[in-house]
Unconditional design. Structure first.
Length: 755
């Protein structure tokens, strides 16, 4: 039988050092020995130093069964321990091996059970002591408020439990550069608190191992690695030691620690949201080993931190977040007129800056720029928004390093960070932060983490403070600041929509006389409206006459009742007059047809009708709608009227469901001697109607039901027909009594097709 070692002798170079296979070194630290058992309980791996702990050589045990070497009783203890639920994750197995007591940690690496034996600690700490220390720590932990205070407490507590000379809480940033976030050390040692270390100090493969194996121990930095031997029965045979306690450390890392003057280390992983958030790094300046009980207690300290990260970070940000919420509440509570000038009042409000703690803000609406605070010039704002548009950013964009994306702003110190929100079309709002020059203290030059000389690669040997000045970036936007900006951008978008609708309303109000005169159906409208208006007028006349005749004998209650009836009649007249006004505006609209995204129109309509939809428990299903040539506000009125009509005539026997389908690609449709390219169908499950009334329901003041059964003036669908005529389209209805109604819209391919 041939025996060989599995020591990994691959050279580490500048090009592969970040991929050094540190999980398969083929050797261990010498304060214990290692045995690898295959699935047949035979010893397939064994370290050379086994003879220093028990009276047997590694060449004598390889290839033999565990029972033949250590006895059947020991073998049964090993496998009972392996089969016991999760016990090996907490405490090692205490076992007698050839007359000596060891504490054995066991884990499985592929098809090999790895046994790592260390001599039993004399006078070891009792579990009760660990429990007492933990309870004491929890009591103190509850008195801390911030994450930094908690980490400082953990550093102090870990040092008290373990006895290491220095304990640091090491926190990573997004690029895995590290910062000493908290520290407890001997009074005679120089503090490392606040120092930063480059991501190359802990390369990616090491970070991966820290996630898999959350506790790492080096008893003596100057140890002589012990090789692992195996039976030479396959090529390139190796043993994955990712979860090993005794695994030998990378020579580069050992030299790094030696350069720092460290003699022993304990490292505990801090994992948050499946990511390596940081480390508890314990340094001792001479040899040091600790018992499994102390290791466990130290590991629990790390779990206290990771379990509290979200809570403590929330507490740290809570005060500022409350200020942002208050600013948002005050800003949205401002009573603004529905005119374009209201933007001047909005942008001048200090709460607009407080929402996200910005130094400046700009709002661009209809080509005009409104600004407040530290902002770029109008030309720079225009160039910035053009660049954002080129990046295909349509909603939100946030950065604290503008120069990384927009080099043209390099010489603009007032802009280093932005939060950008689109407000639809070419409108947008941007919050700005200026450059925030900062100084970072590194524990040595981060550019010289690995040095090459004639003898090979070495870690840096200088840990003198190296200062770095950071420019061209602002302070980072907090998540609550980004959220606050997003909430107000939504509010402002609605405000601009209301301004637009208000202006459109004012525009068409001034044209009411022209529209009335040019409406070919005005005579018919006048006749019908006069007839419908007579009833509430007669009621008003009769009621007021009665009140006047009985004024001397009428009671207060009877007069109040009469006035209430007068008010209801007047309200009905007002609704009727308003609907007539809407109807007469449509036919001669002077709006210019432009490309319109009906998906956006539908979303806005549903949002505006959310209260009605919620109140009726309606369900609205829809698919992707096409782009057409139309007038945006008319399309919103059209969709609103159709949905309102479906909700008004919903069945009382079932939940209202409105399904909106459309042609996904332009298709030629011939209807009434015209050619259309797109269609949209609104289908509901309401009370429906008889198909013989399919045309009459679009006539002004047409009703299929008595006015006491369903409210309204009877203009809704007539208005829809006028809107479709205004954009060159057509509208049809299909109904089945008791089953529902379908409203089908047809749109022209191009404005030139409108006849």
């Amino acid at each position: 039988m041939k025996i060989k070692d599995i020591v990994n002798r691959n050279n580490v170079t500048l090009t592969n050092c970040e991929h050094e296979p540190i999980h398969v070194p083929g050797k261990i630290q010498p304060h214990g020995f290692l045995i690898g058992l295959d699935l047949n309980k035979k010893i397939d791996f064994c370290t050379e130093n086994i003879s220093l702990f028990v009276s047997v050589l590694h060449i004598e045990v390889l290839g033999k069964s565990f029972a033949d070497v250590f006895g059947l009783k020991a073998e049964q203890q090993i496998y009972n321990y392996i089969n016991k639920d999760k016990a090996q994750d907490v405490f090692p197995l205490e076992i007698d091996l050839l007359g000596k007591v060891f504490q054995v940690s066991i884990h499985k690496s592929f098809d090999i059970y790895i046994l790592e034996a260390e001599p039993k600690f004399g006078g070891r700490e009792k579990l009760a002591d660990v429990y007492t220390q933990t309870i004491h720590f929890i009591t103190q932990m509850n008195n801390t408020k911030s994450l930094k205070d908690l980490c400082a407490l953990v550093a102090k507590g870990t040092r008290e439990i373990t006895g290491y000379d220095r304990v640091m809480i090491y926190r990573f940033d997004e690029q895995y550069n590290g910062e000493v976030f908290a520290e407890s050390c001997r009074e005679d040692l120089e503090s490392f608190l606040g120092l930063h270390y480059p991501h190359t100090d802990i390369p990616a493969q090491a970070r991966e191992l820290y996630i898999r194996n959350q506790l790492r121990l080096i008893v003596d930095v100057n140890y002589e690695p012990v090789p692992i031997f195996t039976v030479d029965d396959s090529e390139n045979k190796s043993l994955d030691l990712s979860l090993s306690i005794l695994r030998s450390t990378s020579p580069i890392h050992v030299e790094y620690l030696q350069n720092m003057g460290v003699g022993a280390t304990l490292t505990i992983s801090l994992i948050h949201n499946d990511r390596l958030w940081g480390l508890i790094a314990c340094h001792h300046y001479s040899k040091k080993n600790i018992s499994p009980e102390v290791r466990l207690a130290a590991k629990i300290q790390g779990q206290f931190i990771t379990s509290q990260i979200d809570i403590r970070q929330s507490n740290d940000e809570n005060i500022n977040a409350q200020k942002t919420a208050e600013a948002l509440e005050q800003l949205t509570g401002i009573d603004l007129p529905l005119v374009q000038d209201s933007l001047e009042k909005i942008v001048a409000s200090p709460e607009l800056l407080h929402i996200c703690n910005a130094a400046g803000v700009s709002i661009t609406c209809r080509g005009k720029i409104y600004k407040n605070g530290l902002t770029p010039t109008d030309d720079q704002i225009t160039a910035l928004t053009d660049s954002i548009s080129d990046l295909k950013i349509t909603t939100i964009f946030t950065t604290n390093k503008v120069n990384d994306y927009f080099p043209e702003l390099e010489n603009c110190p007032t802009v280093a960070g932005i939060i950008y929100h689109s407000l639809g079309s070419a409108d947008h709002i941007i919050w700005y932060r200026p450059e925030s020059i900062s100084e970072i203290n590194w524990g040595g030059d981060p550019e010289k983490s690995i040095v090459k000389d004639s003898t090979g690669l070495h870690p840096r040997n200088s840990f003198n403070i190296w200062k770095q000045i950071i420019k061209n970036q602002s302070s980072k936007w907090k998540q609550y600041e980004i959220n606050g900006a997003a909430q107000y951008a939504h509010v402002l978008h609605n405000q601009l929509m209301m301004i637009m609708l208000s202006e459109e309303e004012e525009k068409y109000r001034t044209q009411s006389e022209i529209l009335r005169e040019t409406n070919s159906e005005l005579e018919n409208i006048n006749w019908i409206s006069t007839h419908d208006l007579q009833e509430p007028l007669r009621k008003i006349q009769l009621i007021t006459s009665k009140v006047m005749s009985e004024i001397d004998v009428a009671t207060i209650d009877s007069i109040a009742h009469s006035l209430e009836r007068v008010s209801k009649s007047a309200s009905r007249m007002r609704v009727l007059l308003e609907d007539i006004l809407k109807y007469t505006r449509i036919k001669n609209t002077q709006g210019i047809l432009e490309k319109t995204d009906l998906n956006h129109i539908l979303q806005v309509t549903i949002e505006d009708m959310s209260e009605m939809i919620t109140e009726t428990h309606a369900v609205i299903k829809y698919e992707n709608l096409p782009e057409i040539h139309s007038i945006s506000f008319l399309m919103k009125q059209l969709f609103s009227n159709i949905i309102q009509n479906s909700l008004k005539y919903a069945s009382t026997e079932r939940t209202p469901v409105i399904t909106i389908t459309a042609s996904q690609e332009p298709v030629l449709i011939k209807e009434m001697f015209k050619v259309y390219c797109n269609w949209i169908r609104f289908s509901d499950n309401g009370i429906g109607f008889d198909q013989q009334y399919a045309e009459s329901i679009f006539k002004v003041f047409s009703r299929l039901h008595h006015k006491d059964e369903y409210t309204g003036s009877g203009i809704g669908l007539a208005l829809c027909k006028k809107i479709m005529q205004a954009v060159g389209g057509a509208i049809f209805a299909e109904g089945k009594p008791g089953e529902g109604t379908d409203i089908i819209l047809y749109f022209p391919c191009d404005p030139l097709d409108i006849l």
